[in-house]
Design a binder for this molecule. Structure first.
Ligand code: HEM
Length: 268
């Protein structure tokens, strides 16, 4: 049997994937042929950020509903997606400064730092910051979405609330913390994970802890790959976004994700 060739209007593939829309969005700003892959890599990463925000929102909601299997499925999917995201560094992680310079000036003040979707991703991980909303003031719709995300509990907040409902002594000040503030590691939460991890390894909460650790590790790898790609492409120059560049990114890269899941390991 042959596939269908006859369609009255657009193909059902086009109606679903909107391929003609996606493939009409590549407008390099220089004549440098190497800029295309830099632009497309940025767009591909934005799409993965979007998928990850979706998965972690699903996971956070499922945790709130005490639906652990649904939360675990979303977290597991997100680890595969993070691997694909991280693999997309490959085409641009080895640029020489001259290759990058060939289109760098054309980028003007443009920087991934201004990615609203990446900011939502970090907010879901607990890396909240009202200051990070400021670059988006000029786009009211986007600003409103970010502000809503700032006020919502993070994925990790929902995890800790679930641990509390399962009888673990998560302290009240953590459960009632201001969700607009960056999550701060807490010694009592560290003890909770210590208790969970000391128990049977097939326990569903150990598996939840491991799924979250997989997520954290892959996010740390994204940040680290970004830092190395930046160091190769521009050394210690100032970033197009106006930061100190590598020195600023080094500080960002060191920020922990789900901190007590790492520190509790010293005590198990
Ligand atoms: C070799 C290519 C790249 C270089 C040299 C580079 C450089 C930089 C620098 C210097 C910063 C710090 C802010 C600034 O002053 O601009 C930054 C931030 C950032 N970049 Fe890149 N970048 C590259 C590729 C990408 C790609 C492909 C993405 C994907 C969208 C991306 C996403 C980000 C994000 C999300 C931030 C903010 C990080 C945070 O807030 O912690 N970068 N980049």
């Amino acid at each position: 049997m042959e596939p269908n060739f006859e369609f009255k209007g657009t193909t059902p593939y086009e109606d679903y994937v909107r391929a003609s829309v996606i493939t009409s969005l590549q407008h390099p700003l220089s004549d440098e042929p190497g800029e295309m892959v830099f632009l497309v890599t940025s767009q591909v990463m934005e799409l993965w950020f979007t998928v990850l925000v979706h998965e972690w929102t699903v996971a956070a909601r499922a945790l709130r509903d005490d639906d652990l299997p649904r939360a675990m499925a979303a977290l597991k999917r997100s680890t595969w997606e993070l691997k694909a995201l991280n693999a997309s560094w490959k085409p641009i992680d080895h640029l020489t400064p001259a290759q990058f310079n060939a289109y760098r000036t054309a980028l003007g003040e443009g920087s991934g730092f201004q990615s609203a979707m990446y900011r939502r991703l970090e907010f879901l991980l607990g890396e909240k910051s009202a200051t990070m909303l400021v670059p988006h003031r000029g786009v009211p719709g986007q600003y409103a979405e970010l502000e809503k995300a700032l006020h919502e509990p993070s994925l990790y907040d929902e995890v800790l609330r679930l641990l509390h409902r399962r009888g673990y002594p998560v302290p009240q000040h953590v459960l009632e913390r201001d969700p607009t503030q960056r999550y701060q590691p807490d010694p009592q939460v560290e003890r909770v994970w210590e208790q969970v991890y000391a128990g049977p390894q097939e326990d569903e909460l150990v598996r939840l802890g491991e799924a979250l650790t997989d997520v954290a590790e892959l996010v740390l790898r994204w940040r680290n790959d970004h830092l190395l790609a930046t160091r190769r492409a521009m050394g210690a120059k100032v970033g197009t976004g106006g930061s100190a560049g590598v020195a600023w990114l080094e500080k960002r890269t060191r920020k922990n994700v789900f901190p007590e899941l790492w520190t509790a390991r010293s005590h198990v």
